[in-house]
Design a protein around this ligand. Structure first.
Ligand SMILES: C[S@@+](CC[C@H](N)C(=O)[O-])C[C@H]1O[C@@H](n2cnc3c(N)ncnc32)[C@H](O)[C@@H]1O
Length: 370
């Protein structure tokens, strides 16, 4: 074989090797992040309010002294993945310590939402997603491809996620807290940027509204609007409403209380086509009672953009949406949808028109008209 051809083959082989290892070990980024959160590293750095030297960080961590040497390695991978920045500690500090120059760390913007007390903390979301209960089904994905069981989750746990959450208190609270954290962040954006979508409505039902974070924000912003949160008994039992917010235990496949609008946040991506059409038909019934033209369904969910109105997704967004699509498949037999797949659902459920507003970062706000 010519030398040049051998060189090309070797290069290809090494490139393939590198790519395979990179993808194989991707989970190390996630698990390192989880570890840093469990150790409280973002909280310590946030509290320090200026670059924190490695030794200062170590001194505040509740770790065994024999593990101190490993902290800079955890910080190195998380610096590389964009959660911390590394700085040289000021020369004065080094002189004062009489030691070698030391690195210091700060939080990046991405890490600021991983501080536990941050008003928009995503820590509960991350702790749910990386909990062993939620990670276990991934070990069963190929088994699921070969069996007849509807979801990978059921293959792993013997029951669907909603049933498991109703029986396993730890999962129920992990799940509800995770949804609360996501809804807290999304509520802020919805109220600041998309308030118009609720204007003129006198009543809204948040179907599958969890513990009511988004509905509470809407109820506060629109004190004259009647807001209702509908969810399964294990989610809403015992929750206290306010003058214009109430919690109702129920099943959205059976009935959704009547209102001017039904809100579905992160609901339809949990379900397959047939179930989505059933839910949407129940929404249509709920908003059709009073015959107002302004009535609608408001959906907050991912739309996979190809090259339409919202433009194409960038690489990070494409990868995140592909991951979420797999996540929905594994957890609940749901999926993330392209615009034409959404449209098919809407028209199958008897709606006449829709409008996609790609204004919520990862997600879009979709208005659906009966
Ligand atoms: C992914 S969570 C979304 C929660 C909330 N909308 C949010 O975004 O924070 C899905 C919710 O649907 C609820 N759910 C599942 N099946 C339901 C049903 N048949 N009827 C009503 N709610 C249901 C779950 O309990 C859960 O709270």
């Amino acid at each position: 074989m010519e030398v040049e051809k051998i060189d090309d083959e070797i290069q290809q082989l090494l490139q393939a090797h590198k790519h395979t290892w990179n993808q194989t070990y991707n989970f190390i980024n996630s698990m390192s992040l989880k570890c840093a959160i469990e150790l409280g590293i973002p909280d310590i750095i946030h509290k320090h309010a200026q670059p924190i030297k490695l030794s200062q960080l170590i001194s505040q961590l509740q770790i065994h002294p024999t593990k101190s040497h490993a902290v800079h390695r955890l910080m190195a991978i998380l610096t590389h993945s964009g959660f911390f920045t590394q700085h040289k500690a000021s020369q004065k500090d080094d002189e004062d310590d009489g030691g070698d120059p030391e690195v210091a760390y700060m939080l990046t913007d991405a890490c600021k939402i991983l501080v536990k007390d941050s008003p928009y903390s995503m820590v509960p979301y991350l702790l749910l997603s990386l909990d062993p209960i939620q990670m276990k089904p991934w070990q069963y994905l190929s088994t699921w491809f070969r069996n007849e069981v509807p979801t990978t989750y059921e293959t792993a746990h013997g029951m669907a996620i909603w049933e498991y959450a109703s029986k396993e208190g730890r999962l129920n609270s992990l799940f509800n807290n995770a949804m609360l954290s996501d809804s807290r962040l999304v509520s802020r954006v919805v109220i600041e940027k998309c308030k118009w979508v609720f204007e003129g409505l006198e009543s809204v039902v948040d179907a599958g509204g969890g513990t009511g974070t988004l509905a509470k924000a809407i109820a506060q912003c629109f004190p004259n609007m009647e807001c209702t949160v509908l969810d399964l008994p294990h989610v809403v039992a015992g929750l206290q409403g306010t003058t214009n917010l109430k919690f109702v235990e129920g099943d959205m496949f059976q009935a959704i209380p009547p209102a001017d609008a039904v809100l579905l946040k992160s609901i339809l991506h949990d379900w397959g086509e047939e179930e989505c059409v059933k839910i949407l038909k129940k929404c249509k019934e709920a908003i059709s009672g009073n015959g107002k033209r302004s009535n609608k369904v408001i959906i907050i969910d991912i739309v996979i953009m190809e090259d339409q109105k919202g433009g194409e997704d960038d690489d990070e967004l494409v990868e995140t949406k592909l991951c979420l699509d797999m996540l929905m498949m594994v957890l609940a037999n749901g999926k993330e949808r392209k615009e034409k797949e959404w449209a098919k659902l809407f028209f199958s459920a008897g709606f006449r028109d829709y409008k996609i507003n790609p204004i919520l970062g990862l997600r879009s706000l979709i208005e659906l008209y009966p």
